[in-house]
Design a protein around this ligand. Structure first.
Ligand SMILES: *[C@@H]1O[C@H](CO)[C@@H](O)[C@H](O)[C@H]1NC(C)=O
Ligand SMILES: *[C@@H]1O[C@H](CO)[C@@H](O)[C@H](O)[C@H]1NC(C)=O
Ligand SMILES: *[C@@H]1O[C@H](CO)[C@@H](O)[C@H](O)[C@H]1NC(C)=O
Ligand SMILES: *[C@@H]1O[C@H](CO)[C@@H](O)[C@H](O)[C@H]1NC(C)=O
Ligand SMILES: *[C@@H]1O[C@H](CO)[C@@H](O)[C@H](O)[C@H]1NC(C)=O
Ligand SMILES: *[C@@H]1O[C@H](CO)[C@@H](O)[C@H](O)[C@H]1NC(C)=O
Ligand SMILES: *[C@@H]1O[C@H](CO)[C@@H](O)[C@H](O)[C@H]1NC(C)=O
Ligand SMILES: *[C@@H]1O[C@H](CO)[C@@H](O)[C@H](O)[C@H]1NC(C)=O
Ligand SMILES: *[C@@H]1O[C@H](CO)[C@@H](O)[C@H](O)[C@H]1NC(C)=O
Ligand SMILES: *[C@@H]1O[C@H](CO)[C@@H](O)[C@H](O)[C@H]1NC(C)=O
Ligand SMILES: *[C@@H]1O[C@H](CO)[C@@H](O)[C@H](O)[C@H]1NC(C)=O
Ligand SMILES: *[C@@H]1O[C@H](CO)[C@@H](O)[C@H](O)[C@H]1NC(C)=O
Length: 457
């Protein structure tokens, strides 16, 4: 490389970094996140406190004790898991009998990694062939503390390597770390959910769900087996859901309610290396109606991921129908993501011809992307957002707007937004994916270094 070329390159990189100063006061690590949003366990002295023995070693299964402890604490008490104590769970637990119970969780609860045992014995849910270590349910349940819930995922990721979860032929199932069904008024605070084999949380047919001050990580020590599909949050059929102050560093969607979610509020999330803030996927199952409505997702930092704000709906010969209505994504800072806003109406991985023949049957209405700043990865060149509506004449795609949208591309040129099939004004200049502008924009690819946040807050 000639030195002049080298310096041009260097200055190009420097100018990218310099012109993309992230907003101030952004934590760069779990420690800084905790410093910015301190979480301290507050004791609740008037409740009865129940203790159980902890594990003596990594194979000392205390699942019977754990369940018995919750039974004793049920109806007004607190199960206490002290700091520096380990609780190994080696059997599936049905904890759906809960009623006014708390878990003061400062210790570590860890699942065994006997993969064949769990695959043969875990609970199951038909949605995307999910399996679960345990199931929680009932009402007025609060889990809080500075402790850890550890899925011991490394062996699962190693053995799963090379497979795809949505591949209909995949038989290697991995358990979800935290599962609740039929829960009313459930709260999780402060806990570090670590190394889930698959999705981190899955909440089904529940109402009044809240997660706050949680840390969610899934980090592999093996470069050839990634922590795939470790989504922070998935749900079916939930109402009144809030997520506040979460630090997420996992290998799939940062937040992704699926069929039937309403009244959802997310405020303050840091997502690194994720697939974004996603509505869905929705409409996967033939004949089934599904919807997401009344959602606000705000104050989000998304770094080094796939997409930013995303809506994904299935298309194909055997899919469902439904709608996404009233979703606001606002105050998003993004660095080094592919599309900062993305509507994918041809989920999952179907080719253009099939998608055109069997377009999605989901209506998309009243969606807004407001106050977006930052820059993309350059994978799609100058195209920084792509909204593709279904070509189905019966699928409404209306009132989808951008406001104060300022996402730049690291590649050389003005950013381009691609829209297809949206009815009405989007609030920005938007070009069709077939236009010469879009084709030129997509061809100007480039790349950026891994995004870090500096200076410190
Ligand atoms: C682990 O602890 C259990 C219970 O005390 C004991 O029976 C077992 O032998 C221990 N296993 C190892 C490997 O130390
Ligand atoms: C759901 O939980 C409530 C109590 O919270 C209980 O009365 C009801 O039977 C449960 N329903 C199912 C289907 O388990
Ligand atoms: C890393 O993962 C690969 C793929 O599953 C596996 O073949 C290899 O044994 C793993 N390495 C270690 C040290 O576990
Ligand atoms: C979603 O709601 C629709 C309409 O009420 C219902 O038919 C469908 O079964 C629900 N899906 C789930 C997963 O609960
Ligand atoms: C963010 O993700 C990247 C790529 O996965 C990783 O290298 C980096 O360590 C992560 N940063 C933090 C603060 O977790
Ligand atoms: C849209 O959703 C938000 C968040 O749930 C809610 O506050 C608002 O009332 C909804 N708007 C309409 C028109 O229903
Ligand atoms: C989609 O919109 C059309 C036109 O307004 C409406 O007839 C249809 O019922 C909507 N579908 C759903 C699932 O809401
Ligand atoms: C826009 O979003 C950034 C975070 O990305 C935030 O710091 C800023 O306050 C927001 N602006 C407004 C007007 O809300
Ligand atoms: C468009 O959607 C936004 C929410 O994203 C809503 O506030 C507004 O009222 C809608 N406008 C119309 C004309 O329906
Ligand atoms: C879109 O929002 C407007 C304004 O809140 C509302 O009147 C309309 O019903 C919404 N559209 C759908 C399909 O729900
Ligand atoms: C958009 O962001 C860039 C930096 O990312 C900044 O230089 C520019 O002034 C911003 N434009 C507007 C209109 O805010
Ligand atoms: C792009 O052009 C092709 C070929 O003319 C056409 O079939 C397709 O519908 C167009 N797509 C859009 C989004 O306009």
């Amino acid at each position: 490389m000639r030195s002049s070329t080298f310096f041009t390159l260097l200055s190009a990189i420097t100018s990218v970094v310099a012109s993309h100063e992230p907003p101030p006061n952004v934590p760069r690590s779990i420690e800084e996140f905790r410093q910015k949003y301190p979480y301290k366990t507050k004791g609740n002295s008037h409740r009865k406190v129940v203790k159980i023995r902890s594990s003596r070693n990594e194979t000392d299964d205390v699942s019977n004790e754990f369940k018995a402890g919750l039974k004793r604490a049920n109806h007004g008490g607190t199960l206490y898991l002290p700091k520096n104590e380990l609780f190994i769970i080696g059997k599936p637990l049905d904890l759906t009998f809960l009623d006014d119970v708390q878990v003061h969780w400062d210790g570590e609860v860890k699942f065994t990694n006997d993969t064949p045992y769990w695959q043969a014995n875990a609970f199951t849910h038909p949605f995307q062939k999910s399996i679960m270590f345990w199931k929680w349910g009932g009402k007025d349940i609060k889990i809080y503390g500075e402790g850890v819930l550890n899925g011991n995922g490394q062996r699962w990721w190693n053995e799963f390597a090379g497979r795809e979860v949505l591949d209909p032929n995949n038989e290697y199932l991995r358990p979800i770390l935290f599962y609740a069904e039929n829960a009313t008024n459930f709260e999780m605070q402060g806990i570090h959910e670590k190394d889930s084999p698959c999705w981190t949380n899955f909440i089904v047919t529940s109402k009044g769900i809240s997660f706050s001050d949680v840390i969610v990580t899934a980090e592999s020590n093996n470069a050839s087996s990634l922590p795939k599909n470790t989504d922070f949050f998935d749900s079916l059929n939930v109402e009144d859901l809030t997520v506040k102050r979460a630090w997420v560093n996992i290998g799939d969607d940062c937040f992704s309610p699926k069929s039937n979610a309403s009244n959802v509020h997310v405020d303050t999330m840091y997502c690194n290396g994720t697939h974004g803030q996603s509505m869905g996927s929705l409409g996967q199952y033939a004949g089934e109606m599904s919807f997401v409505k009344d959602v606000v997702i705000e104050n989000v930092w998304l770094l080094n991921g796939q997409h930013g704000a995303r809506l994904k709906t299935w298309a194909g010969p055997d899919v469902g129908y439904g709608f996404i209505d009233n979703v606001t994504f606002r105050n998003f800072y993004q660095a080094n993501n592919e599309y900062s806003a993305f509507i994918d109406s041809c989920y999952f991985n179907i080719d253009t011809e099939t998608c055109a023949e069997y377009p999605s049957m989901m209506n998309l209405t009243n969606i807004s992307f407001e106050n977006f700043t930052g820059y993309t990865s350059g994978k799609y060149g100058l195209a920084v957002a792509k909204l593709t509506c279904s070509t189905n004449p019966n699928a409404v795609c209306e009132n989808i707007t951008f406001k104060n949208f300022n996402i730049t591309s690291p590649c050389d040129g003005e950013p381009v937004i691609i829209c297809d099939g949206i009815k009405g004004d989007t609030g920005v200049d938007c070009v069709s994916s077939n236009s010469t502008e879009a084709i030129a924009a997509l061809s100007k690819t480039c790349s950026v270094p891994l995004a870090t946040v500096s200076p410190s807050f």
